[in-house]
Design a binder for this molecule. Structure first.
Ligand code: THU
Length: 126
């Protein structure tokens, strides 16, 4: 595992804009090109406009590296909470990851990795 990636995610979570849910989420991903990108959730008074930390991070990575951006590892953390990525984010991660790509999050206080194939066994593909 890449413990540094979880630490990057933890730091990113402190930047979250989450005045409505108080659920501060941070994400960090490593790309095939060797870059690390981080992001946090950004909420909105019009709740549906909120963007999750994972999608914010992925969209930033594409904006920086271009359409060939590939995720080799991704970590997500919420301050004081433990959870795996939401369903919408799993679909977006799948677009840029392989079935064996590890997704790191905390379970019972310890880092746990599940592959994309485990998290989203039947992702939508065109
Ligand atoms: N959130 C994320 O950032 N990632 C997820 O995978 C699940 C949910 C955010 C969205 C919202 O700002 C807050 O957590 C509560 O749902």
């Amino acid at each position: 595992m890449n413990p540094a990636l979880l630490e990057h995610a933890q730091r990113a979570a402190t930047k979250a804009y989450a005045p409505y849910s108080q659920f501060q989420v941070g994400c960090a991903l490593l790309t095939a090109a060797g870059n690390i990108f981080t992001g946090c959730n950004v909420e909105n008074a019009s709740y549906g406009l909120t963007i999750c930390a994972e999608r914010n991070t992925i969209f930033h990575a594409v904006a920086e590296e271009g359409p060939g951006m590939r995720i080799t590892s991704l970590a997500v953390i919420a301050l004081g909470q433990e959870f795996p990525p939401c369903g919408a984010c799993r679909q977006v991660i799948a677009e840029f990851a392989a079935p064996e790509t590890p997704i790191w999050f905390l379970r019972d206080g310890k880092p746990l990795a599940m592959t994309m194939a485990e998290l989203l066994p039947a992702s939508f593909r065109l």
